[in-house]
Design a protein around this ligand. Structure first.
Ligand code: SF4
Length: 323
């Protein structure tokens, strides 16, 4: 709810603070139980920072993060730890996120030790866990470097589901993997979601991947949500110029289909000094004078009952918004 995460910029001879990086700026969104909310945007738009804030890996600058209605910042340490049992994260690079000097038994068993969960027959439990993610029990004795990238991500998934979480933040879980392995991991995540009733916040820069797994999609640009809608609605009726540009960049399998491609000019501006008004105005093909002065609000743009929100001055003309 209205989450901000600013990082201090330190520099100069005396290492003084020189400004702030506005990584996440007044972001509000909800993830409903049992669904997958996809969060997409270019590198540096703040999506991973938001995921880490939700997991408590970064303290937030202001705003609130609630899990099942409970404000996580208002809890004492032990209550936070209990609550966090229900929230886990799968990281982008399974090689980086697994301790290379620990065996898989140690990596998976650590969670039970940290959270003081007694398991009379831990080896059997861990073997079952490995089986759930498509690995055999012999993996327990091996080290992460002995596995392929896809297998390592399976170990990362096993670690995330080991203590029965409800919400998993998946941070680019397949972008470090070969394309041939990506679909296996995505399908594993979907199967586990059905079996365990999991809720996912799925972070990715790849819209095709997000389309495959998500029920709803939020599009992020320079620390702000610019559009949010049900998956099919977003793909069939993208309303924000940034979303339209992202969609136009998705490759089409059929070469006979010609699609108008929107090429965005320039680089994403620095989050240290975001542009005034609409943050997308420096690259928007439809920029107007008002865009450079006033920041558009994220508002409901569909009166047919679809939860379709967008933040763009072009949409101010929709008659029902004025009522
Ligand atoms: Fe483009 Fe203006 Fe809409 Fe921003 S508000 S996306 S600059 S048209």
């Amino acid at each position: 709810d209205n989450v901000k995460k600013y990082f201090p910029v330190v520099g100069g001879v005396f290492l003084r603070q020189q400004g702030w990086v506005h990584a996440v700026d007044r972001v509000s969104l909800e993830v409903h139980a049992g669904e997958t909310l996809g969060l997409v945007g270019e590198s540096g738009c703040g999506k991973t920072t938001l995921g880490r804030c939700i997991m408590g890996l970064y303290p937030i600058t202001s705003g609130a993060i609630r899990f099942k209605g409970q404000d996580l910042s208002g809890l004492d340490r032990s209550a936070q730890r209990r609550m966090r049992l229900k929230m886990q994260m799968i990281f982008q690079d399974p090689f980086e996120s697994l301790n290379q000097r620990h065996t898989v038994r140690q990596i998976l068993g650590e969670k039970y030790w940290i959270h003081k969960k007694r398991e009379p027959n831990l080896d059997q439990t861990l073997a079952r866990l490995l089986e759930t993610v498509g690995l055999g029990p012999r993996a327990l004795e091996r080290f992460p470097h002995e596995f392929s990238g896809g297998q390592r991500q399976r170990i990362g998934i096993a670690r995330a589901i080991s203590l029965g979480p409800e919400l998993i933040v998946c941070d680019e879980p397949v972008s470090a993997l070969d394309v041939s392995v990506q679909s296996q991991i995505l399908n594993l995540l979907l199967t586990l979601q059905k079996q365990m009733g999991l809720t996912y916040l799925f972070i990715s820069h790849d819209l095709s991947v997000v389309r495959h797994v998500s029920d709803r999609i939020a599009v992020m640009y320079l620390g702000r949500i610019v559009e949010m809608a049900d998956r099919d609605d977003l793909f069939s009726n993208p309303s924000h110029p940034y979303t339209r540009a992202l969609l136009s960049a998705i490759p089409v399998a059929d070469p006979s289909m010609v699609r108008q491609r929107t090429i965005l000019k320039g680089e994403i501006p620095s989050p240290e000094n975001p542009p005034k008004g609409c943050r997308f105005h420096t690259r928007c093909p439809e920029v107007m004078a008002v865009c450079k002065q006033e920041e558009p609000r994220l508002q409901l743009i569909d009166q047919a009952g679809n939860n379709h929100f967008a933040a763009c001055h072009l949409l101010q003309d929709l008659a029902f918004l004025k009522k």
